[in-house]
Write a protein that binds this ligand. Structure first.
Ligand code: Q9C
Ligand code: ZN
Length: 672
């Protein structure tokens, strides 16, 4: 895993030379603060550090007019008064004698990053640049941006490296109208932007920033705008936007390269954005994008004006790029009504162009608390639907602070694997631990006694190893693990019991194949059980859900994005168990994608339990994704079947009142 970090100190040279309250936030300290924080966190040293080069004028010409490039070249020789006069020709722009040099370095840094990733020198990377780029247009500077770094990088990747489809994800809080204009007729570049919009009352006040701007001519459907109409959007809103809008479309598009217009003015504390998303959220957003394009993700800095928030968010993105598990999201995971309205409107506007958006929003008619024979318990705060007692909140805050102390440190071992039989054919990265140790005989016996199947020789040995692995995860020694066993069902039951009694507040259990929910499992909100298999879609209770396994890539993806991950992020487990039972029916790339995405919700704490006879191939694939490598491609996109869609809509209808991360509409009965 190699992550490139492209930077050049000379990009700190440009600065505002006169009084302008609108422009003064775009300061050199933005870069120095971020770089210092990366050094302090030991992150810079883990990256492949590259010094930015200047983009050539021919390269700038991939996007900008020759006249505009000449005009910018001329700024190097202007007096302060002349610079100020030229700046006034544009909206929210200032020039400095070093601006041209800095802006060429900024564009060049993006090109170098693309070169490193597309030649295989690095797997992914970040370019720390200023001036930013996404507002800049063919012949105009705008919004602190001079050259459109990301747009130039996209055209360069296509021309120099023969890349066909590129996804640009613009998570800056402003609309990158420059990128939109450059690619609006081009179906080879999918541009996604969310932005503070407030029904058009926020800068840059453009009608074409709204959700109904979808691109022009052959580019229709390849511009995806998600306008936020209120400030205060947070982690739940951002994750919901990715799960319900960006990722379905992105998988269907199947990009070969992902460019991120990585502005951090969309993070908490930023004076421009006024949003609430935590720095940790940006690790999750990055991780969610790393399952695309074979992990070829290039992030390029755009905005971000609160130095502390900016620096922390940058660190989170770099950690995620390096493959470290993302810290858990600890705030309430309930999207805001206004966010759901925005999600609904962009899904409606894009539905004609993307089959992956065809499942309709549904009316939450059947509430489980009224239709289920089982009582709906209050789950343990904060990980579940609606429990807002004041004391519970206070103790939850305290315990999550304590959790954070314990959980935020990255475990020394990222991935351990405990096999029942030696697998010589299994080739793994060297820092994956092959665990030989077992839990003590007493501990193992105490659990084995409760299950006939576990007293048998191999099953008992396997149980000892599984318990040791689980304890390592619960103690924060190991992040994730894989264990094999000849008795998956009983072992899973023991792991659940041990997990819940030794430190885990909530466990999310995803069971595939012939594995039933243990009959005596308490329905106390501490275990969320999801079965993927069979024919039936049913929510047997708020905490017991069954969904069929789809045969199509579209159906499988919808199941993960529209059901599994919303439940997982809404539940906020501190451990995920992924159990592959007999006849689980998953293809290797499907299992890999599921495992990669399940690293998110529980801070990377994933334990995979597999039947002993699972192939070496599957064990290896899962080990690598849990170690942080990108999953292999699912293969060509095929539409979800009507039955798949019906199952998901049915489950959403049953569950969305309790699990609000499932919602895709602001009002009952909305479509999209
Ligand atoms: N208070 C970037 O983030 N001023 N550019 C808006 C609203 C211009 C932002 C005024 C903001 C430009 C790259
Ligand atoms: Zn911005």
């Amino acid at each position: 895993m190699r992550t490139a970090l492209v930077y050049h100190e000379e990009m700190t040279a440009a600065r505002l030379l006169w009084d302008d309250p609108e422009c003064e936030i775009e300061r050199p300290e933005r870069l120095t603060a971020a770089v210092e924080r990366l050094q302090q966190g030991g992150l810079e040293q883990r990256c492949l550090q590259l010094a930015a080069r200047e983009a050539s004028e021919a390269e700038l010409g991939l996007v900008h007019s020759p006249e505009y490039v000449s005009l910018m070249r001329g700024t190097q020789a202007l007096s302060t008064e002349e610079l100020q006069a030229l700046s006034a020709q544009y909206d929210a722009v200032y020039f400095h004698p070093s601006t041209f040099h800095c802006a060429r370095l900024a564009a060049g840094a993006a090109l170098q990053l693309v070169d490193a990733v597309l030649t295989g020198t690095a797997h992914n990377g970040l370019a720390l640049v200023r001036p930013p780029g996404h507002h800049s247009q063919r012949a105009a500077a705008n919004g602190f941006c001079v050259f459109n770094n990301v747009a130039i990088a996209a055209r360069y990747a296509q021309k120099q490296h023969g890349v066909h489809r590129i996804l640009i994800v613009d998570w800056d809080v402003h609309h990158g109208q420059g990128i939109q204009y450059i690619f609006e007729e081009d179906p080879s570049v999918l541009y996604f932007s969310w932005h503070r919009y407030e029904h058009g009352r926020f800068w840059p006040y453009l009608r074409e920033s709204d959700a109904d701007a979808v691109g022009l001519g052959p580019g229709r459907g390849f511009t995806v705008n998600l306008p936020w109409n209120q400030v205060g959007m947070g982690d739940a809103d951002y994750v919901a936007a990715f799960l319900h809008v960006l990722l379905p479309v992105a998988f269907e598009f199947d990009p070969e390269l992902v460019l991120i217009s990585a502005g951090f003015d969309s993070a908490i504390g930023d004076p421009e954005g006024q949003m609430q998303a935590t720095p940790e959220c940006f690790a999750h957003l990055t991780q969610l994008l790393q399952v695309l394009a074979g992990g070829r993700v290039c992030a390029v800095l755009e905005g971000g004006y609160h130095l502390e928030s900016l620096s922390q968010s940058v660190c989170m993105v770099v950690k995620a790029l390096l493959g470290d598990p993302a810290p858990p999201l600890l705030g309430p995971m309930v999207p805001q009504h206004s966010a759901l309205e925005s999600i609904q409107s962009v899904r409606a506007a894009q539905a004609p162009h993307w089959t992956s958006l065809w499942q309709q929003g549904s009316t939450p008619t059947l509430s489980l608390s009224t239709c289920s024979p089982e009582r709906t318990p209050s789950p343990v705060s904060p990980g579940g639907p609606k429990c807002k007692a004041a004391e519970a909140q206070t103790s939850a805050v305290l315990s999550s602070l304590l959790d954070q102390l314990h959980l935020s440190a990255t475990p020394p071992v990222r991935m351990a694997i405990a096999l029942t039989a030696p697998a010589a054919a299994l080739v793994l990265p060297p820092d994956i631990l092959r665990q030989e140790e077992s839990a003590s005989r007493e501990e193992t016996l105490a659990w084995a006694r409760l299950h006939e199947a576990l007293t048998q020789d191999t099953a008992f040995t396997a149980l000892g190893k599984v318990l040791h692995l689980l304890n390592g995860i619960l103690d924060g020694q190991v992040s994730s693990g894989i264990a094999t066993t000849p008795a998956a069902a009983s072992t899973l039951e023991v792991v659940l019991g041990q997990g819940l009694s030794h430190g885990a507040q909530r466990v999310f259990c995803v069971a595939l194949g012939q594995l039933d929910r243990p009959p005596d499992l308490a329905n106390d909100g501490r275990t969320l059980w999801l079965n993927i298999r069979g024919k039936e879609a049913a929510a047997l209770s708020t905490f017991h859900v069954s969904v069929p396994l789809s045969g199509t890539t579209g159906g499988f993806l919808s199941c993960i994005l529209a059901l599994v991950l919303p439940l997982a992020y809404g539940f906020q487990p501190d451990l995920v168990l992924l159990a592959l039972g007999p006849a689980h029916g998953l293809q290797d790339p499907q299992a890999a994608l599921l495992a990669a995405l399940l690293r998110g919700p529980a801070g990377g704490r994933v334990l995979v339990l597999m039947e002993q006879e699972s192939t070496c191939q599957l064990v290896g694939v899962l080990a690598r994704v849990l170690h942080g490598e990108p999953p292999p491609s699912l293969g060509p996109f095929s539409m979800a079947s009507p039955d798949d869609l019906q199952a998901l809509v049915h489950l959403r209808g049953q569950l969305e009142a309790q699990w609000e991360m499932l919602q895709v509409a602001g009002k009952a009965g909305g479509q999209g």
